[in-house]
Design a protein around this ligand. Structure first.
Ligand code: FMN
Length: 193
């Protein structure tokens, strides 16, 4: 049975349309052991000088290590996060900055790094205000997340997005959501993961 780890980076909690979209998608993953991690609740802080020095002598917050190991061991990682400032919110970046640890998520080898993560794929479920294509000049998320996946040894990355959410009516949003959910079902997307 697959272990799926869901990283919830939705700042607006129950108001979040990304979170509610993700819940509707993720409930269709059958026969999987799914664990949700609420990034906001962890309260990780950006790695500062003191944390960096402690890390360099092997001293790390046990919660950070625990979550790095969960990410390392998952079969699929699902990141659930809105787009803020053309990328993911700082809270999400801070989570990754903390848990991307040598000898856990990757390892230095000769003049480069090799990935240590087991996951075959990262799925990025997002909503954004504007209409932006992944990897276009207005998108700072997909390229960065894909690069992080490569560092960790995860070679498949897919974005599942609802765009233009701030500029359509609630009815149009619901229609777009239903269309996306139907498309995933019709194309056997869940079975292909
Ligand atoms: C602080 C903040 C920054 C945002 N920055 C962007 C942005 O750079 N590009 C964009 O398309 N939408 C941006 N938006 C709009 C959100 O991506 C959009 O409303 C999204 O659906 C919100 O998701 P949520 O309901 O899960 O919080 C921003 C919204 C907020 C609150």
């Amino acid at each position: 049975m697959d272990k799926i780890i869901v990283l919830n980076g939705c700042v607006r909690k129950e108001m979040s349309r990304t979170l509610s979209l993700a819940k509707e998608i993720i409930k269709n993953f059958k026969n999987a052991n799914i664990e949700w991690i609420d990034i906001q609740k962890l309260g990780f802080q950006p790695v500062d000088y003191e944390t960096y020095i402690l890390r360099s002598v092997g001293k790390c917050n046990p919660s950070v290590i625990k979550h790095a190991k969960k990410v390392q061991a998952a079969d699929i990682i699902i990141l659930v996060s809105p787009i803020w400032e053309m990328s993911v919110p700082a809270m999400v970046k801070t989570f990754f900055e903390n848990i991307s640890i040598p000898e856990i998520t990757f390892r230095p080898v000769k003049d480069t790094c090799k990935g240590n993560c087991k996951a075959r794929k990262m799925i990025f479920i997002t909503t954004r205000g504007m209409n932006v294509k992944p990897y276009s000049e207005l998108d700072g998320a997909a390229g960065e997340l894909k690069a992080l996946c490569s560092l960790w040894g995860i070679y498949e990355f897919e974005e599942v997005a609802l765009n233009n959410c701030d500029y359509i009516t609630p009815k149009e949003y619901e229609e777009a959501k239903e269309k996306l959910l139907k498309h995933l079902e019709k194309t056997n997307w869940y079975q292909k993961q």
